[in-house]
Ligand binder design. Sequence first.
Ligand code: HEM
Ligand SMILES: *[C@@H]1O[C@H](CO)[C@@H](O)[C@H](O)[C@H]1NC(C)=O
Ligand SMILES: *[C@@H]1O[C@H](CO)[C@@H](O)[C@H](O)[C@H]1NC(C)=O
Ligand SMILES: *[C@@H]1O[C@H](CO)[C@@H](O)[C@H](O)[C@H]1NC(C)=O
Ligand SMILES: *[C@@H]1O[C@H](CO)[C@@H](O)[C@H](O)[C@H]1NC(C)=O
Ligand SMILES: *[C@@H]1O[C@H](CO)[C@@H](O)[C@H](O)[C@H]1NC(C)=O
Length: 319
Amino acid sequence: MAAIKSFVVYFVLAAAAIIPINAQLTPNFYEKMCPQALPTIRTVVRNAITNETRMGASLLRLHFHDCFVNGCDGSLLLDDTANFVGEKTAIPNNNSVRGFDVIDEIKQAVNTACKGNVVSCADIVAVAARDSVNLLGGPCYPVQLGRRDARTASFNDANANLPSPFSNFSVLLSSFQSQGLNLQDLVALSGGHSIGLARCPSFRNRIYNDSDIDPVFAASKQKNCPVTGGTFNTEPLDATTTLFDNQYFKDLIASRGLLHSDQQLFKNDSSDSDQLVRKYSTNPISFASDFSASMIKMGNLNVLAGNEGEIRMNCRRVN
Ligand code: HEM
Ligand SMILES: *[C@@H]1O[C@H](CO)[C@@H](O)[C@H](O)[C@H]1NC(C)=O
Ligand SMILES: *[C@@H]1O[C@H](CO)[C@@H](O)[C@H](O)[C@H]1NC(C)=O
Ligand SMILES: *[C@@H]1O[C@H](CO)[C@@H](O)[C@H](O)[C@H]1NC(C)=O
Ligand SMILES: *[C@@H]1O[C@H](CO)[C@@H](O)[C@H](O)[C@H]1NC(C)=O
Ligand SMILES: *[C@@H]1O[C@H](CO)[C@@H](O)[C@H](O)[C@H]1NC(C)=O
């Protein structure tokens, strides 16, 4: 018995020493090394949002698209090279993800403020997403820090793992579950669509063919999104697109979700998903609190820590 016990104790200690666990991330990670790191990120994000409000939404989406493809490891930021195709041109990202220049600007500013290369690109993306949400009126949750940057990226995994706006509810839920996220995470995080825009091809089929849509809403979207063409025309994802609030959920209840995938979360059938949408639509505090918790959870997905990966000098290429 004692032998078994001491084996278990030994195993747990040994595992804690070698297996990278999320517990290695901490909100204070840069406090001693570079206390200016977080304020510097926030300043650049604030300036970018002042120049173009949408950038806040773009930076939030960047973090999501980084985390869902082999973890929050900055892989999305890597440029293609002559012998490497990364994630930027995968279907969900191509001509759609934005904010890479702002990340470059933050990286430069942080390297100057810290007098060296100490803040990872993956952490910069996570903090920029949080600051964007907060500067646009959303919650300010503590970002776990200490992520390291990947030396690889995967075009195929980006195509396979990022959810599609044409998917139904069960496919969306499975996509989140395969990341270790649950229904509440799916509904709360979809509230990220409280800010930002989508291109016409992302919602064309919905506004012409779906039946679970407010006809007045559909007609108004059709004006800017013809049956063919309009490839780069954009429409807001909710009715208060520059404000991070719970309007998105009110829109779903009114059958005014812009994406097919958005409306899949509310079918007026009293499902668990419907009940979460109703709760967030009437209770902005519970939305802010659940969104924060789910962002922290998403931000912990498959992170590299300790001496894994690297801290990239330039977020666009491996060292
Ligand atoms: C549930 C599955 C999701 C699907 C199917 C989905 C799909 C999409 C699509 C198709 C767009 C528009 C892209 C374009 O037309 O160029 C978009 C935009 C956006 N998504 Fe999602 N998304 C999902 C979840 C999330 C999550 C979890 C977040 C963050 C927490 C998020 C944040 C955003 C933001 C902020 C934008 C606007 C970006 C901008 O204006 O630059 N999305 N999403
Ligand atoms: C400001 O935003 C515009 C788009 O609205 C963009 O073209 C420009 O590069 C941005 N300028 C800076 C300094 O970020
Ligand atoms: C990405 O979009 C460009 C057009 O901007 C297109 O030429 C290219 O083929 C697309 N790449 C992929 C892999 O779909
Ligand atoms: C959802 O979509 C998947 C893939 O297209 C399909 O196999 C499945 O039957 C659909 N589920 C429902 C409930 O419609
Ligand atoms: C509507 O659905 C039909 C049948 O699936 C499809 O052929 C058509 O392209 C869709 N219309 C739009 C505007 O997406
Ligand atoms: C939802 O269902 C209720 C009755 O079950 C109905 O009164 C209401 O109009 C429906 N809402 C939508 C948006 O379909």
